[in-house]
Design a protein around this ligand. Structure first.
Ligand code: KG4
Ligand code: ZN
Length: 351
């Protein structure tokens, strides 16, 4: 079984070739960061045009690196949502055209399902497990019970965790993307100097909120009455990182308790998404899992951030269950993994 995966839902254009034995024969990712940095964030129209420009070459490159041709493929899997709709249209239409021309099964993959199943590709873990998905666009706790069986325990009522890192970094003058910049600055910072609120701490449930913390960072900077010094940047970055890690750990603790109630002990806690790169976050989550006698799995970074190998793998998993999608399947900007989950508690929430 050989799958071509295509990912274009945000600002990474990616193509990958994966086989049914969990081997990643090629996984190429073209980051568009340089095109967006100028604007201090991702511009959807710029992203869509870049996907269009880059995708064909990346698919060629993935096939070349894997040393296979179109004729060797058994299926095409493309992200069909959720995400920036321009990019999703580019990738899914490309995948459909390829499947039509080569008479290959087409699998329309939910990007979140790609993240959710990625620890099975990297670590071969079995169901069920609890997933904390933390990226620039998503912040969710999901019980992953099987292929197509996801239960959302909680989501963000405003910003995603990565979005919060990006916005806080902007306020601190640390540049984009904010996560790596804040982590770097925090290394020489004193987290106790500027106490910041730890959002949702101690509240029941598994939802997240970060906009209050973002405002607190802005207010701390304003209170200085001038540009922060490098030391103040570092101290605020350290305090911010600590607050986010504490908040994520608190919400994940509630989710772990519920998950253990429902599924028994001993299953894995998995973290995925770009924010999973954060060393401090990994530390607190590993400690949390240990305290609950659960395993802790953090897929390698290349599989945590957006990539097409996880999309190809989700295609393989679904195809193994006899699934296939029609070419009339519509690209979706919003596509919750758990259709039964109640909407996030407040207006402006993300699916
Ligand atoms: O998963 P990803 O590559 O793309 C999507 O958003 O889908 O995640 C990117 C996000 C950005 O918001 C970035 O600031 C954040 O992940 N990030 C980090 C770190 N590295 C990347 N956040 C905290 N600490 C990091 N080391
Ligand atoms: Zn993602």
């Amino acid at each position: 079984m050989l799958a071509l995966g295509i990912e274009t839902s945000c600002d990474e254009t990616a193509a990958a070739v994966v086989d049914g034995d969990r081997r990643i024969l090629a996984s190429v990712v073209a980051s568009q960061l340089d095109r967006h940095r100028l604007y201090g964030g991702i511009v959807p129209e710029v992203a869509a045009r870049a996907h269009l420009e880059l995708l064909q070459g990346l698919v060629r490159q993935a096939l070349d690196e894997a040393k296979v041709g179109f004729a060797d493929l058994d299926l095409v899997a493309a992200t069909t949502g959720p995400g920036l709709i321009g990019g999703v249209i580019v990738g899914s239409t490309f995948g459909k055209a390829l499947s039509l021309a080569r008479r290959l099964p087409f699998l329309a993959i939910n990007h979140l399902e790609g993240h959710a199943l990625s620890p099975r590709l990297s670590n071969g873990i079995s169901f069920p497990y609890l997933l904390l998905l933390v990226s620039g666009g998503h912040c969710q706790l999901l019980a992953v019970e099987g292929v197509g069986r996801y239960r959302r325990y909680g989501t963000t009522v405003d910003d995603a965790a990565g979005e919060a890192f990006d916005k806080a970094a902007k306020k601190l003058g640390l540049g984009f993307p904010g996560g790596p910049a804040i982590e770097r600055a925090a290394k020489s910072g004193n987290a106790a100097r500027f106490p910041l609120p730890k959002p949702m701490l101690g509240r029941p449930g598994c939802d997240f909120s970060f906009s209050g913390l973002k405002t607190a960072v802005a207010q701390a900077v304003e209170a200085l009455g001038r540009e922060p010094t490098a030391q103040e940047q570092a101290d605020l970055a350290a305090s911010f990182q600590e607050a986010v890690a504490a908040s994520l750990a608190d919400r994940t603790r509630n989710a772990l308790r519920r998950f253990i109630d429902e599924h028994g002990p001993g299953h894995a806690l998995v973290v995925a998404g770009g924010v999973a790169a954060n060393t401090r976050l990994r530390e607190v989550l590993a400690e949390l899992a240990r305290a609950h006698h659960n395993g802790f799995v953090a897929p390698p970074l290349a599989l945590c951030t957006d990539n097409a190998a996880m999309i190809a793998w989700a295609g393989i998993e679904r195809h193994a269950l006899g699934e296939e999608d029609g070419l009339d399947v519509a690209p979706r900007p919003r596509w919750p993994l758990d259709a039964e989950a109640p909407p996030a508690p407040y207006a402006g929430a993300k699916a």
